[in-house]
Design a protein around this ligand. Structure first.
Ligand code: ADP
Ligand code: MG
Ligand code: ZN
Length: 590
């Protein structure tokens, strides 16, 4: 039965997807264009914005998936002005809503905000808007807990609907419904009642999370299965992606960062992300000692000093900000030329968001990640208690271990985007050094040795960390843990890759233990390790190389890359799409 349901939903969304939503012949098309130009003072739509607007104006439930910064807000702000009635906007963050209401008011658009911390008179005003037939307010922003917990709000909203004035419900950051997403908010679960309570009001969900797993879950939670999903591309053609080998000591890391900032990114702006407050402070201090001007940014700082740091970076008195992921919201600096990850992100999703802050102006920018195996455990011990977090982390580890596929292809795969034969244009480390003969190493015998080491440790009542396991494998460390065979005939750095590979492929698993001060990840045999005794067991790992990279030379400038290799058609398309826009953003394909 559920199979039938699923295929009906699929047919439903397929037939909806076949409609040409980007047309200009709808009854509202003239108004849409006029509002865009006169009210928003924008010349042309970005990819998929018009489709989103037409579909929701046609009364369809829809989910819009676009990368951050692509312009999702316009997809509900503009329709709100084209038709009579009230648009409710649900958003998880008060600061984001405040920003939007402020900028709408600047355009003379009547908008209001209602949160659990709003003063009483504001709340009363907002509640009245729902009841008032003559209200001028077009958009009312509310937090999800308002809907979930305020009976008064809901009863007024019902009145609004009964009088035919509830035009649309927009749910921003709609992935927050799903615990498979990276940002689950329990209050978003209550939004499921809306489609039943207000069957004639279209729901418009918006997100930058594109995995079909999450999207299906969101449709289910909102009770709009099989609804239209409109998705724009996640490819960022102007970003160069690269993995660098991360040294073991912080001093050596600082040396790499110093070289990059002093030479490769001389006089350019960027962000250095790390995973802990301590690291962000240490790195910032270390770089300052080496004569660089950098700021530090994390959640433990006062709001005032945070915005101070942000400002100094904005006006270029800081070259870089060394930050935890707390640095994210409201970064609208177009000329960020580099985003360096000193420690890997906790998921592909996060990596895409964080690295995506580079090159918003469409010019070449670089996204570097310093990777080493040990950081996998740094992150896993931090995040493991959240549902799905280890899978998310392994997604980014696979991306780092990859040495054979275009990095863009992996990113596209992650976002369930059809990469096809789109060209990366040598804008990742794999494509810029194509390796015609990929070497593989056979892991069958190594699996047996590693499995033996773990078993042997178990008989001695000890557990091994990845580091201990590596030691024993390379015949180092405590003698009783070592195996009887020979040490591997490849470097320890490859050995680290093998362990990480076996983890992400399920041959090894992490086993978390608490001590009074920290969490330790021990390594156990994973479910796939059972296969090693089968006669026909084979397991190969493609060998990757850290490709050449000049820390000391200036990064290639925009023209030298986008200009040279790009094919004529792509160039034309890119330039026709940027016509009339102030800042150049190259969108190659939808
Ligand atoms: P998202 O929610 O997708 O992250 P926003 O809605 O916050 O993105 O929009 C990001 C920026 O892009 C805003 O400054 C917005 O004014 C601008 N923008 C949106 N659509 C267009 C457009 N068609 N042309 C030019 N700028 C646009
Ligand atoms: Mg947004
Ligand atoms: Zn590539």
């Amino acid at each position: 039965k559920s199979l039938l349901k699923r295929s009906i939903n699929k047919m439903k969304s397929d037939s909806l997807a076949n409609v040409d939503w980007a047309g200009n012949t709808y009854e509202w098309s003239k108004d849409v264009k006029k509002t865009l130009n006169d009210v928003f003072r924008i010349d042309s739509f970005r990819p998929k914005q018009l489709s989103a607007i037409n579909s929701t104006l046609a009364g369809q439930h829809a989910i819009i998936v676009m990368p951050t910064g692509a312009g999702k807000s316009l997809c509900y702000q503009l329709p709100a002005l084209v038709k009579p009635g009230l648009t409710i906007v649900i958003s998880p963050l008060i600061s984001l809503m405040e920003d939007q209401v402020r900028s709408l008011k600047n355009r003379n658009i009547q908008a209001m905000l209602m949160t659990s911390t709003s003063p009483k008179d504001e709340t009363l005003k907002a509640l009245n808007v729902l009841k008032d037939k003559n209200t001028k307010i077009k958009l009312l922003y509310v937090t999800p807990e308002r809907l979930a917990k305020s009976k008064r709000f809901m009863s007024n909203l019902q009145k609004c609907y009964a009088e035919g004035r509830l035009q649309r419900i927009a749910i921003d950051e709609v992935h927050c419904c799903s615990q498979w997403g990276h940002d689950f908010r329990p209050d978003y679960r209550y939004l499921g009642i809306l489609s039943n309570m207000f069957p004639k009001t279209p729901i418009l969900g918006l997100t930058a999370t594109a995995t079909s797993h999450v999207l299906t879950d969101v449709q289910k939670i909102l009770n709009i299965p099989g609804c239209l999903v409109i998705k724009s591309t996640f490819n960022r053609p102007n970003l160069y992606y690269k993995i660098l080998e991360k040294p073991t000591s912080q001093e050596e890391c600082l040396t790499i960062l110093e070289k990059l900032l002093k030479n490769r990114y001389k006089r350019e702006s960027g962000i250095i992300y790390t995973n802990s407050i301590k690291d962000s402070e240490e790195l910032a201090q270390g770089l300052r000692k080496r004569g660089l001007s950098v700021g530090c940014y994390h959640a433990n700082m006062e709001a005032e000093s945070r915005s101070n740091v942000h400002l100094k970076w904005h006006e270029k008195s800081y070259q870089a900000i060394v930050a935890t992921v707390a640095f994210g919201m409201g970064i609208d600096k177009p000329d960020v030329r580099f985003v360096i990850h000193h420690t890997i992100s906790k998921s592909m999703e996060n990596y895409y968001q964080e690295s995506g802050r580079a090159g918003r102006d469409g010019k070449r920018a670089e996204c570097l990640t310093l990777y080493r195996m040990q950081d996998v455990f740094k992150i896993s011990t931090m995040v493991f208690s959240a549902v799905g977090s280890i899978d998310h982390l392994y997604g980014i580890v696979k991306y780092c271990l990859n040495g054979t596929l275009c990095r863009r292809q992996l990113i596209a795969q992650h976002f369930d985007e059809d990469w096809g034969d789109t060209d990366c244009n040598k804008m990742c480390d794999v494509c810029s050094y194509p390796n015609s003969n990929i070497r593989e190493i056979s892991l069958e015998s190594h699996c047996k040795i590693l499995s033996g080491i773990i078993d042997n440790a178990h008989t001695q009542d000890t557990k091994v960390t990845a580091q201990k396991l590596l030691d024993a494998w390379y015949l180092k460390g405590p003698v009783p843990l070592r195996h009887k065979g020979k040490e591997p005939n490849f470097s320890r750095s490859i050995g680290e890759d093998v362990i990480a590979f076996l983890l992400v492929e399920g041959y090894l698993i992490e086993d978390f233990h608490f001590t009074a001060y920290s969490t330790i990840a021990y390594i156990k045999k994973g479910p796939n390790m059972e296969a090693i005794n089968d006669d026909n067991f084979t397991l190969k790992m493609p060998l990757r190389k850290y490709t050449e990279f000049h820390l000391d030379r200036p990064a290639p400038k925009d023209d030298s890359v986008i200009g040279n290799d790009i094919t004529e058609t792509r160039k034309r398309k890119a330039s026709s799409e940027v016509n009339g826009r102030k800042s150049k953003i190259i969108v190659i394909d939808e």
